[in-house]
Design a protein around this ligand. Structure first.
Ligand code: ATP
Length: 308
């Protein structure tokens, strides 16, 4: 397999602050790679180094086989980049802006801009200044995708998009992969991209603290479960959960309200055994929240540093 992005020991310092602390990355051609991490993790800084907006303090970096700081505009045209903070010309219409950008990054097929705008539900005739945050984001996405670049580098692409548009965007990402393009995208929400990314790296405090395929990361994440149980007592519920072999991975809180027992549990790993244990009671209500990435990452971070 060939890599479209290869980084080794990549570092960026701002004064004494290490925003990116010696990371390694390998994105295979034709794959979708998710860079996940909480605010301030170093995602934007990493992506900016890939497109040569900022330069690494140390480390090796190759994008599409070239070193970004030596490759200039020729490399840039092969990439579609969505910045984290979009700065757009305000006074012109969205469509005019995109056609102008197409002349720089092109060639762009006729009607490609209109097709993408229709898919994402963007009115191209409106001036940029009149567009909402989500609609501006759509403009940013169209300019990144329109010239069918070999590599898409997208910083928080789903930010500001409503769920339907988010779904359409993820379909566009999958189609890009099918067409042989490669995609690197960042997000602070794992669940948003877990069905789309082939590989994921978790960045926190400028370091990669976990990487692998999505299913392996999901298993190490933290899930919150809430249940309302009837015809039982808090003692019985606690005793049942304490009998679980992997008790060290669960924190529970059970309280009684009226005739009901309310259980709140934080589970590290697989929820299956907890759900099966609760099935012996009368279950009035059960919610299993999507893993909270922020929490999962803090948990992973604490464990990586040996404080847990
Ligand atoms: P977010 O999701 O909040 O954008 P992020 O993961 O993209 O977070 P970065 O923007 O890459 O994080 O920032 C990483 C760290 O580097 C932060 O601590 C940030 O304050 C710092 N940083 C980023 N840019 C600069 C800069 N130009 N000067 C000084 N510090 C910076």
């Amino acid at each position: 397999m060939t890599a479209v992005i290869e980084a080794r020991g990549l570092q960026k310092k701002y004064g004494k602050h290490l925003a990116v602390d010696g990371i390694g990355l390998r994105v295979e051609r034709g794959s979708v790679f998710g860079l996940i991490g909480p605010n301030g993790a170093g995602k934007t800084t990493t992506l900016r180094m890939l497109v040569d907006i900022i330069r690494p303090t140390a480390g090796e970096l190759k994008v599409l086989g070239s070193v970004p700081r030596r490759s200039g505009i020729a490399l840039r045209r092969r990439i579609g980049y969505l910045p984290g903070e979009l700065k757009l010309a305000e006074r012109i219409q969205g469509g005019t802006l995109l056609r102008h950008l197409a002349q720089i990054s092109g060639p762009v097929e006729p009607s490609r801009i209109e097709t993408l705008a229709e898919r994402l539900g963007l009115d191209l005739s409106r001036p940029v200044r009149a567009l909402s945050k989500g609609n501006r984001q759509k403009l940013g996405l169209i300019q990144a995708f329109m010239h069918r670049p070999e590599l898409l580098i997208l910083d928080e692409p789903t930010s500001g998009l409503d769920p339907l548009v988010q779904r359409e965007f993820l379909a566009m990402v999958r189609e890009a992969r099918e067409a042989g393009q490669s995609v690197l995208l960042s997000s602070h929400i794992l669940t948003e991209i877990q069905h789309t990314a082939d590989d994921v790296a978790v960045l926190a405090g400028g370091k990669i603290i976990a990487h692998g395929d999505v299913s392996s990361l999901r298993l190490s994440s933290v899930t919150r479960l809430r249940a309302v149980l009837a015809d039982t007592t808090t003692e019985a519920v606690r005793a049942a959960l304490e009998a679980l072999p992997s008790l060290q991975d669960i924190d529970t809180e059970a309280t009684t309200s009226g005739d009901l027992v309310r259980l709140s549990a934080t589970i590290r790993g697989d929820v299956d055994h907890v759900v099966k244990t609760l099935a012996q009671f009368t279950v009035h209500d059960l919610t299993v929240e999507e893993p909270d990435l922020e929490e999962s990452i803090l948990d992973l971070y604490a464990r990586t540093n040996g404080t847990k």
